[in-house]
Design a protein around this ligand. Structure first.
Ligand code: ATP
Ligand SMILES: Nc1ccn([C@H]2C[C@H](O)[C@@H](COP(=O)(O)O)O2)c(=O)n1
Length: 215
């Protein structure tokens, strides 16, 4: 499941994985975790060698939530779930994700998630680079305005101080960087099902994806 920021990849992937009883990989969380670990260590995010060492050395664990809440992401022993969801963490992740050696450092970890009975993986290059032989590929999109509105609502609910205009600019800048980088750019795989979720509810999108996976 690939697509730009706020298209609903994480939400739809989690629901589809739950319905199918498959595993889930939030690959964006890996890039966010490395950016976060680098920040905590006071490293320069533009230093490719330091970021590559950091990508190799960061311990990232996904822990199921105690209640029905979201999966916790533990970075070097610290529960960083809330810090990782900010747009600042997204921008840092996007910056280091343009470094080929950082991407390379995270490949084996991602491939390790591929286990029976199945895996739903969300990111930017799941269908094009990491799992090119995936049985089903979906590319979710939505207009930038709609994606910004969704993110605004999500962050406001978490009590964060954000503006709609500011979020839309940040989202557009991140998408543009992710789509224009030389390695593993954000783009649909040739054989992906394209779903424009603008104006579609979450249940509708889940049903559309499940209709393909379970025809
Ligand atoms: N079809 C939809 N209709 C309304 N809201 C949606 C829809 N899909 C997702 N959302 C909401 O939009 C917000 C962003 O969704 P989500 O985090 O799944 O996007 P994403 O593509 O994984 O983003 P990112 O790449 O930045 O992690 C969430 O609050 C989610 O509940
Ligand atoms: N497969 C992936 C996943 C993520 N990234 C980079 C680019 C994104 O802007 C950033 C954060 O991802 P998100 O949590 O918003 O899905 O990480 C990538 O390059 N490849």
């Amino acid at each position: 499941m690939d697509g730009p920021s706020g298209s609903g990849k994480g939400t739809i992937s989690a629901l589809v994985a739950e319905r199918l009883g498959w595993r889930l990989l939030d690959s964006g969380a890996l890039y966010r975790a490395v950016g976060y670990a680098a920040g905590m260590a006071g490293l320069d995010l533009s230093d490719v060698e330091a970021m590559t060492r950091c990508a190799h050395g960061t311990k990232i664990q996904f822990r199921p939530a105690m209640d029905a809440g979201e999966t916790r992401v533990v970075v070097n022993g610290h529960d960083a779930t809330d810090e990782l969801r900010t747009e600042t963490a997204g921008a840092a992740a996007s910056a280091i994700a343009s470094m080929p050696s950082v991407r390379e450092a995270l490949v084996a970890l991602q491939l390790g998630f591929r286990k029976a009975p199945g895996l739903v993986a969300d990111g930017r290059d799941m269908g094009t680079v990491i799992f090119p032989d995936a049985a089903y590929k979906v590319f979710l999109t939505a207009s930038a305005a709609e994606r910004a509105k969704r993110r605004y609502k999500q962050l406001k609910e978490k009590g964060l101080s954000v503006t709609l205009g500011g979020l839309q600019r940040e989202i557009e800048a991140r998408d543009s960087r992710d789509a224009s980088r030389a390695v593993a750019p954000l783009k649909p795989a040739e054989d992906a099902l394209l779903v424009d979720t603008t104006g579609m509810g979450i249940d509708e999108v889940v049903a559309k994806v499940l209709a393909v996976v379970q025809p």
